[in-house]
Design a protein around this ligand. Sequence first.
Ligand code: GLN
Length: 190
Amino acid sequence: MNIGILNIQGDVSEHYNFIKKLGKKYNVSPLMVKNNDDLDNICGLIIPGGESTVIYNFLIKNNMYDHIINMNKNGLYIMGTCAGAIILSENTSDERVKGMSLINIKIKRNAYGRQINSFIENINIKDMGNFNAVFIRAPEIEEYKNSELLSEYNNKPVFVRNKNVFALTFHPELTGNPKIHEYFIKQCQE
Ligand code: GLN
C-alpha cells in the first residue's frame, strides 16, 4: 500500500521520510506524486505545508486539481497540512487560491502574521493526546460545518475531519511525533 506525498513544493521530504520510517510497522511505502498517473497507485495522499498559491497553480496547470477531487469522492484519503488545508477548504477568501471544497471550512491565510510570528504550541488531539504543534505562517479555520473537530487552539479549530478528508493548520512532520501520520495510515487501511 502506498501513501502519496504531493511533490510540488514545501515540506515534501519531511512527510516522505516520516512515512518511510513507519513503513515496516504498517506495511506502507511513501510515493512521490507529481502527476495524475502517480495518483492511481496510492490509497492516501498528503498535501504538505508550503505555499498554497504555488501548489494551487501547479495543480491547475497539470490537470491534477479536478482529478484529486474526483479521486477523493471515489474514496481516496487526503490529509492537508497548513497550505494543504487551504487547498482542501471550501472558502479561502483569497481569489489566488480556490479551495477544492472537500471539507466545509472557511480558512484565512497567514492569520497569525508573518514567518517571524511562527510558534510551537502544545495542543490536545482527540484520541491522540498531547502534541507539539508547529504553526508556520499558519492559516486559521474561521468556521467549520459538517466536520468532526479533532483539536483546537485558542478556541479555534486546528484539526478537523470530514470522512476521508483531514485538515490541519500546523505541521505534524516537524516534531518527530508519529501519532498523526500513524492515525492517517490506519484510516487509509480501514
Ligand atoms: N502561508 C502559507 C500559505 O498561505 C501556508 C504556510 C504553511 O504551509 N506553513 O500558503
